[in-house]
Design a protein. Structure first.
Length: 304
């Protein structure tokens, strides 16, 4: 049953068809003369506009579409589709080869852009990639068998600065934080144990309490401890005794000026990281011995 809406000289039904012109009185007389149920009130003029009725008619006449036509069949992945079985097999072979390679030796393709947005101002700085050279460094630092103290992944991580490869292969910040605290703790113990008795003359003739365990407390200060573990001293130790500059992996700002690019800081940072890596792998007692014998003792600090 169509609903008629009065619209001036003509009427529109719900389907948008125009009826012969008639006055409004005749229109309402015909509409109210329709037989209605007892509980249904007579038909009144709809408050909807002609445009709204047309829109309702269009929506009601459109057949429902199946759900499969509303959902896109395109996969969510943006990677290009493989064209043939040969291409799929080659991609699988590449993935297997990358899985066999150690993580420190390469950067995953998905972690780097296809090209750089910045022009290179300086030549590329070459770092060590030979495991034999790295093992020789650990022998010099940790003694005989030092190349077997740490796992391969941890050995490379301890000498990798966060500037190398944009940090995509891991870096040694957390290891350096742990190692620095271990070295500074041993330096504090050395200052306390190697203290000398200081004679004080009291103007009232009083004798202050003294004990051998408290004689070195005056030496324990932040300035003294920083002087013993100064980064310049640690950098000199790392270069002259252990040749650490040949194995660290970093990206200097200016390869022609390594000192101006922060070589001292990177060397001291990496030396702390090696101590932290030893603590993670072999425990705190082993790391304490490394800090005392391999770092503090060459600097002239003796720890009992």
């Amino acid at each position: 049953m169509c609903i008629y809406v009065a619209g001036g000289s003509s009427q529109l039904d719900v389907c948008g068809r125009t009826t012969p012109p008639a006055d409004e009185a005749e229109f309402f007389r015909i509409a109210n003369s329709t037989v209605h149920p007892v509980d249904q009130p007579p038909l009144m003029a709809s408050p909807l506009s002609v445009r709204a009725v047309k829109a309702a008619c269009i929506v009601s006449n459109v057949a429902p579409r199946p759900l499969s036509t509303l959902i896109s069949r395109r996969p969510f992945s943006t990677s290009p589709k493989s064209g043939s079985t040969a291409e799929q097999s080659s991609e699988q072979d590449i993935a297997i080869e990358e899985a066999k390679r150690p993580r420190w030796s390469y950067t995953p393709p998905a972690a780097k852009a296809p090209f750089s947005l910045r022009a290179r101002k300086h030549p590329e700085y070459r770092v060590n990639e030979d495991p034999a050279v790295l093992d020789q460094f650990y022998v010099r630092l940790l003694g005989d068998g030092g190349e077997k103290v740490l796992q391969d992944e941890l050995k490379w991580l301890a000498v990798t600065h966060k500037s190398f490869d944009q940090g995509r292969r891991g870096f040694n910040d957390r290891l350096a934080f742990l190692g620095k605290n271990i070295v500074q703790l041993q330096a504090s113990l050395a200052l306390v144990q190697n203290g000398e008795a200081v004679s004080q003359i009291d103007k009232y003739g009083r004798t202050p309490f003294t004990h051998p365990a408290t004689q070195g407390l005056r030496n324990l200060s932040s300035d003294t401890k920083s002087f013993l573990t100064d980064r310049t001293k640690l950098a000199d130790l790392a270069m002259q005794r252990y040749n650490m500059e040949k194995v660290i992996r970093w990206n200097p700002r200016d390869p022609t000026n390594l000192e101006g690019s922060g070589l001292e800081l990177v060397l001291a940072h990496s030396l702390y990281a090696v101590v932290g890596a030893v603590a993670m792998e072999k425990g705190g007692q082993y790391a304490n011995e490394v800090a005392k014998e391999r770092i503090l003792a060459p600097l002239g600090v003796k720890v009992a």
